[in-house]
Design a protein around this ligand. Sequence first.
Ligand SMILES: Nc1ncnc2c1ncn2[C@@H]1O[C@H](COP(=O)(O)OP(=O)(O)OP(=O)(O)O)[C@@H](O)[C@H]1O
Length: 253
Amino acid sequence: MASKTVLELKHVNKVYPNGVKGLDDINFTVHEGEFVAVVGLSGAGKSTLFNSINRMIDVTDGQVLVDGTDITKVNGKELRRMRRKIGMIFQSFNLVNRTTVQKNVLAGRTGYYPTWKTLLGIYSKEDKQQAVVQLEKVNMVKKLYRRADQLSGGQKQRVAIARTLMQNPTLVLADEPVASLDPKTSKGVMDDLYNLKKHEHITVLVNLHSMELALKYADRIIGLRDGKLVYNKPIAEANEADLRDVYEHGRDN
Ligand SMILES: Nc1ncnc2c1ncn2[C@@H]1O[C@H](COP(=O)(O)OP(=O)(O)OP(=O)(O)O)[C@@H](O)[C@H]1O
């Protein structure tokens, strides 16, 4: 039986006000539990793609279907509800440095509370227990009351993964999650990201600079060049010559 479609892009274009085509007629589908690496040169459109999927930017035209609903068409409460399903992991971790690991992880529940409660830091006992459960998954529960700025880069990224799990997402977008980390730490963080797929059946899209990591972890590789989708193959069919082509002849940035 074919697995459920979690993400589908249909004829998506993004033209920036300066006329640059960030995305040029993008079409692809991602199924539940897939771990997809998005690769391409700097300026290929990877960030534009991720920002279009979580609606941080508005596409010019086309459809971005997340769990069957076009996120480009929703607003207000419905957009908030859809964003809860989409976890984000960033290169720079995006933790609040001056507060504890626990509070950073609880912030993953923000989309489920009215704003005044999150501003006052009021979270339920169940959520506090959940924070511990999620931190256990990334081996960070020992640091529950540690301030975020006292953690190493790899530890920060693990906390960010636990925070994302608090959202109970169906889809996680990881935008260059290991670009600031050394190779050994990168592997640990990639393993934790892979566990989202393996143990939680979460669909993961990860934007990677390292082809080596893409080949090691991904079920499928999507390649962008000059805003166009130029590669989309399961890992079993990925061959180096094709992949090299993704990195050639890109526009100058
Ligand atoms: N706000 C913007 N205004 C105008 N052009 C933009 C804007 N953001 C991105 N671009 C352009 O759109 C194209 C795609 O950029 P994008 O940041 O998506 O690429 P990328 O693949 O994520 O690159 P990198 O790996 O360097 O982050 C580039 O030519 C870039 O200069």
